[in-house]
Design a protein around this ligand. Structure first.
Ligand SMILES: Cc1cc2nc3c(=O)[nH]c(=O)nc-3n(C[C@H](O)[C@H](O)[C@H](O)COP(=O)(O)OP(=O)(O)OC[C@H]3O[C@@H](n4cnc5c(N)ncnc54)[C@H](O)[C@@H]3O)c2cc1C
Length: 407
């Protein structure tokens, strides 16, 4: 029976000895770039090489939240385009990505956090992204289950309300993009780890895989939590990325109680109700760099306590599953999207931390443009690697810190 199994993205292709482009990693960014290379640039001789199975990394582990109200003017336009693209892609890929436009409430617990949100809202509105400040009473009207009592650890003063955001089904995005890419002729090779990258005279010439050598003039590194290690070990290029574990869990399915995605920097909690009725929730990252994907009792207890304070109706509800994934964090919490000045044909798209689901579609479109014609699109220019060398870090970290309880 299993022998007849054929994935949604077609039969297993034969691994060729050369491709026009090789993409390392069958995650969100690798698959999206492959899709747009084929769709927009006629580059169909492309291989996506995935060491395990597509969606094995953060792509299949995230809590599926999408939004465009990032903090900085460099980030907002990219995330805005990503958000607008999801409904279009659902039609175009002929695959239901299950976009649920429920809106996001970033809960705020101090006057400093309210002021910081005002700055984010101004940036968002300047770029045409809907985002408003609302007070605690309005939060309660929008979400009756919310506890706005002053007697909780971090009383809720208000929220940054972002109506265009929501959730999508993460597996569907992986499968939909794979289906779309394969339909245009892209080869997706699972169980094919890249073990080396060949460079001659300053140019990319090949990749080594567990299945043999592949000649290629272009390589995209989009291996999520493993990107920094690959870059260091295979090319000697150090990336300013720390790899941290991030944990998530879901409760038993419940009748609808959460009409919006909620997040709280103070409690370090975000939560949404999936279309199946489960409350999917995640926390902050483990505080030390590591490559494990283990969950800990500490975080499960933390989530339970925080959720029970903010949403008392969840007391007694059971967690059904918990899991963890890797977050590849840069010092400014913005990704690295770049070609390399010294190695022709080498491209990077990594350092997405825990934000990489939202705009993988738009990012894939621009990375494909970059790889196809060699010119960095304006949208991607601020995300170059050299910003760290030149101390031109972006302010995304500031946003996260300023919503936290100490501010
Ligand atoms: C628990 C959790 C919750 C999250 N929640 C959200 C959220 O709500 N919203 C949001 O926007 N983002 C969220 N994220 C972040 C998001 O999932 C990631 O930023 C995103 O998956 C990054 O995509 P990627 O394509 O760069 O990497 P990945 O999706 O991790 O894909 C990389 C792939 O590369 C493969 N690979 C590694 N090494 C090799 C090799 N040598 N050869 C071949 N293949 C290789 C891996 O197996 C993997 O499949 C969350 C992440 C986690 C872990």
């Amino acid at each position: 029976m299993l022998g007849k199994y054929k994935p949604l993205w077609g039969p297993k292709p034969r691994l060729k000895s050369s491709y026009d482009a090789v993409i390392i990693g069958g995650g969100l960014h690798g698959l999206a770039t492959a899709y747009f290379l084929a769709r927009d640039h006629g580059m169909t001789d492309v291989a996506v090489l995935e060491k395990r199975f597509i969606g094995y990394g953060g792509a299949g582990r995230n809590t599926a939240i999408v939004r465009a109200n990032q903090r900085t003017q460099q980030n907002v336009p990219l995330y805005k385009e990503g958000l607008e693209l999801w409904p279009i892609l659902t039609k175009e890929l002929d695959y239901n990505l299950m976009f649920f436009n429920c809106g996001n409430l970033n809960l705020l617990h101090s006057e400093a956090a309210m002021n910081s949100a005002r700055m984010s809202i101004a940036t968002a509105q300047f770029h045409g992204v809907e985002s408003h400040l609302i007070d605690a009473k309005q939060c309660k009207e929008m979400m009756p289950a919310l506890n706005i009592s002053p007697d909780i650890t971090y009383p809720i003063l208000g929220a940054m309300y972002h109506p265009p955001g929501g959730i999508l089904r993460h597996d569907a995005v992986v499968w939909g993009l794979a289906k779309g890419a394969a339909k245009h002729g892209v080869h997706i090779h699972q169980q094919t780890a890249v073990t080396g990258i060949g460079v001659e005279n300053g140019k990319i010439v090949s990749v080594d895989t567990e299945q043999g050598k592949i000649n290629t003039p272009r390589v995209l590194l989009s291996a999520g939590g493993y990107s920094a290690a690959i870059s260091h070990e295979m090319l000697g290029i150090e990336l300013p990325i720390s790899v941290l574990t991030i944990q998530a869990m879901v409760t038993q399915p419940l009748k609808p109680i959460l009409d919006h995605v909620i997040s709280s920097g103070a409690y370090h909690v975000y939560a949404n109700q999936t279309l199946k009725g489960e409350i999917a929730t995640g926390a902050h990252m483990d505080p030390w760099p590591n490559y494990t994907t283990q969950t800990t009792g500490y975080y499960i207890k933390h989530q339970a306590q925080a959720l029970a304070e903010m949403l008392p109706c969840l007391r007694g509800v059971k967690f059904m599953r918990h899991w963890a994934g890797l977050a590849d964090m840069t010092p400014d919490m913005a990704p690295i999207m770049d070609g390399n000045d010294t190695i022709e044909g080498y491209y990077m798209n990594c350092g997405w931390g825990y934000f990489g689901f939202k705009s993988c579609n738009a990012t894939g479109k621009y990375m494909a443009q970059y790889m196809a014609n060699g010119n960095c699109p304006d949208m991607l220019r601020p995300f170059n690697l050299r910003r760290f060398e030149h101390h031109r870090l972006m302010g995304e970290t500031a946003a996260l810190m300023s919503y936290s309880p100490d501010n």
